[in-house]
Design a protein around this ligand. Structure first.
Ligand code: IVH
Length: 726
């Protein structure tokens, strides 16, 4: 053993050239931001020379990659979404005009056309082993003891990082290009899911491994979903009557297997990479453990190459005591505030050249071990089931549990989702159940411990009438939930007000469930606008309402009048409209009430709004009571309109207009501005790509040209109809 160590030291001395930094410096960042601003001014139509197109496209790619990195890796963008979209569109237009300049690593090449019928199998460059687990400091000390025994070292340096709870992937890069990505599969062979991985923007399509002398690289990682994104997905699913996904891992794994990469792109997936498993130069030499000596260096290198690598989370620990301390710090403090679900920490020997010496068992390497956090699962008894009516009338069965502590929180109720879920898991009252609490997600029944049954368990019976208002309940076609259809049902009204006042919506502190209930019973609060007409003279006299609390409530209500309009939209309890959809809508309108003029087709032109969501928004804004509510809120001082700097409705997206002759409605410039405001383009010359030529009085030669090229010709009236459809 001693000899081996000597050799290692020599090896270390020979190779002192550290990997070169490639993360942009401050000056480079400033240059890229300024270049972005310049590129925003470029008129793609005016570029006719292929060489120029190539240069501009390369600049656009550089800045888009930089902004992807800021957004998807650092979560800290430096330009607006709108500006980003414009840059992307310019690149797309340019590549459409000059197809020969398209490169495989262009950001436009992420989303392919068509469905994937079957994922081909692919052999991993290095088998994907799993990790041995440890559950306490003693296990970690035992691991350290074995590592020292095998290597003959007195002290071993470790690298410790989070254990991401997602779906494992292996990415292969050749000559700096991402060429293949696969699932773990059986460890030897996985499914080639390259098209689905290409849409994940935290996976660089191009990474300059060549700077480090690497020709072929394999990187291991984990596809994950942020906790808040996952929460929104589940809220949406519950609204749609679908069973929630148990955890972000299932959500990520499920999304990766979708047949349509366009769909995958919408699932909010991100990819962490945590291991460089293969790095070979152009002569076939393996650089791992040689030129790339430490795992922490490899992570820094991947981070610098633009990957989402846990560089900031990783700690190099001098000994096992430091390892234990760092694991505890994450388990006790950092785990909950970390935006991603993690189920433990991974402890790795930092010196990669020791990997070969340590070797592996048939299942896992001896140079790494997972430190698993205490499971957030516990068994307890289901004592009763109550039925809650939600803000959209959905009736949810809620299980009352014998209180049990799970990961420091006492859990006494659990959602039973819907009738199908209860039947599928065969859940009965008095059953012993295994409950899981993942992150800040609602607790969930993993399974029933059927072995513990005594025969006294009782089936769960769904009510035929709404537990709040008594009206009959219905299961609508295609839905899994029962609903109370009475919109004046007290439970629904209270839930809607509760939602309106909630933190993510209008954030009215002091207007919580108990207060809302009380005000409802006293007749003060029956509809949303009543919030702004509360009789404070009477409230002051109520028991439990001191002067101070009334003052605070008044203030909070007053402040709520000025929230961004996406929060108001979210607060209105429109079915299927979560925060993300509310933000999308807000981006494309000036006033909330304008939505009453949008058609289902208009709505479907917005990103991520499909037919079901569009129909629901349309229905909401075609209901007199809802419109009355919005106008009343407006009259009471609630902000419903917002000036937008870059207000663009996308009804004319992708369309190009050319004007000829005089218009009655407006000047040429005004007409062009109208088009641009709606996402269209105004051009001065007619080409085959022109969508419409608008003809006014005394048209010029453009009319002739349009006829010749077969471009659609319209008059002023038709033009105004197009513009006003928004
Ligand atoms: S290292 C050769 N590091 O956990 C083993 N794995 O239970 C290399 N995982 O299959 C694995 N985060 O999918 C490693 N920071 C991390 C990880 C991590 C999550 C997953 C990985 C692995 C599984 C083992």
């Amino acid at each position: 053993m001693g000899k081996k160590q000597d050799e290692l030291t020599k090896e270390k001395q020979k190779n002192d050239n550290q990997p070169q930094e490639t993360e942009p410096t401050k000056e480079e960042e400033s240059k890229l931001i300024n270049l972005s601003k310049e590129l925003l001014k470029v008129d793609v139509d005016s570029i006719t020379d292929e060489e120029e197109a190539k240069n501009v496209a390369e600049d656009l790619r550089r800045v888009i990659r930089y902004h992807d990195w800021r957004y998807y890796v650092l979560a800290n963008p430096v330009i607006s979404d709108y500006e980003y979209d414009q840059l992307f569109k310019k690149l797309k237009d340019l590549e459409k005009k000059f197809p020969s300049i398209i490169t495989p690593d262009s950001p436009t090449q992420r989303v392919p056309k068509g469905l994937i019928k079957e994922f081909p199998k692919v052999k991993h460059l290095v088998p994907m082993l799993s990790l041995d687990n440890s559950y306490n400091p003693e296990d970690l000390r035992e691991f350290d003891r074995k590592v020292k025994e095998i290597t003959g070292l007195k002290e071993v340096e470790y690298s410790v990082e989070p254990k991401f709870d997602g779906a494992g992937i292996a990415l292969v890069y050749e000559n700096d290009l991402f060429i293949r990505g696969a699932t773990r599969g059986d460890g030897e062979e996985g499914d080639d899911i390259t098209p689905n991985l290409k849409v994940i923007k935290s996976i660089p399509l191009k990474a300059e491994f060549s700077k480090y002398g690497i020709k072929t690289a394999e990187v291991r990682g984990e596809v994950v979903i942020r906790k808040d994104v996952f929460k929104e997905i589940n809220e949406k699913r519950l609204e749609e009557g679908l069973p929630p996904l148990a955890n972000p891992r299932n959500a990520a794994a499920g999304a990766l297997r979708l047949q349509d990469p366009n769909e995958v792109a919408k699932r909010g997936l991100e990819a962490f990479v945590y291991q460089l498993t293969y790095a070979v130069d152009d002569k076939g030499n393996n650089l791992l453990g040689k030129k790339i000596k430490k795992h922490s260096d490899a992570i820094k290198m991947l981070y610098d190459l633009g990957f989402k690598a846990p560089y900031k989370e990783l700690k190099v620990c001098k000994n096992i005591d430091e390892v234990i301390e760092y694991c505890k710090e994450w388990e006790e403090k950092r785990r909950d505030e970390y935006p991603y679900e993690i189920d433990g920490m991974v402890v790795k020997v930092n010196d990669i050249s020791l990997y070969d010496i340590l070797g592996a068992t048939s299942h896992h390497p001896r140079w790494a071990i997972a430190y698993k956090f205490k499971p957030r699962q516990a068994t307890t008894r289901l004592i009763d089931v109550v039925f809650q009516v939600g803000r959209t009338g959905a009736i949810t069965p809620v299980g009352k549990l014998e209180p049990v502590e799970i990961g420091g929180v006492v859990v006494s109720s659990v959602s039973l989702i819907n009738e199908d879920f209860i039947r599928e898991k065969d859940i009965r009252i008095r059953d012993l159940v295994l409950v899981e609490r993942a992150g800040d997600v609602i607790p969930y029944i993993v399974k029933v411990i059927k072995e513990a049954r005594t025969g006294k368990e009782k089936p769960i019976v769904f009510p035929k009438n709404c537990p709040s208002c008594g009206s009959p309940v219905y299961k609508l076609p295609g839905e899994a939930v029962y609903r109370c259809l009475n919109i004046n049902c007290p439970a629904q009204v209270i839930e809607r007000i509760k939602h309106y006042a909630s933190k993510d919506a209008m954030d009215i502190r002091g207007l919580g469930e108990a207060t809302i209930r009380k005000f409802y019973e006293l007749g003060f609060l029956r509809r949303l606008p009543d919030i702004y007409r509360l009789p404070f003279d009477k409230i002051e006299k109520l028991e439990g309402f001191g002067k101070k609390s009334v003052e605070n409530l008044k203030k909070a209500i007053e402040e709520s009048k000025n929230r961004p309009i996406y929060r108001l939209i979210y607060g209105l309890s429109i079915r299927y409209v979560g925060l993300a959809t509310a933000k999308t809508l807000a981006k494309h309108i000036k006033c909330v009430e304008d939505l009453k003029d949008w058609t289902v087709e208009d709505l479907m032109k917005l990103p991520d709004i499909g037919p079901v969501v569009a129909a629901s928004i349309y229905d909401f804004f075609h209901n007199d009571e809802n419109i009355k509510t919005i106008y009343e809120l407006k009259e009471l001082g609630v902000k419903t309109c917002e000036e937008k700097k870059e207000e663009v409705k996308h009804v004319l997206d992708g369309l190009t207009f050319v004007f000829t002759g005089e218009l009655d409605c407006c000047s040429r410039k005004e007409a062009q501005e109208m088009v641009e405001k709606l996402g269209g383009k105004a051009s001065s010359s007619v080409s085959k790509k022109t969508s419409y030529v608008v003809v006014g009085k005394n048209p010029g030669s453009k009319l002739e040209k349009a006829k010749k090229l077969g471009v659609k010709i319209i008059g002023e009236e038709e033009f105004l109809r197009l513009v006003n459809q928004s």
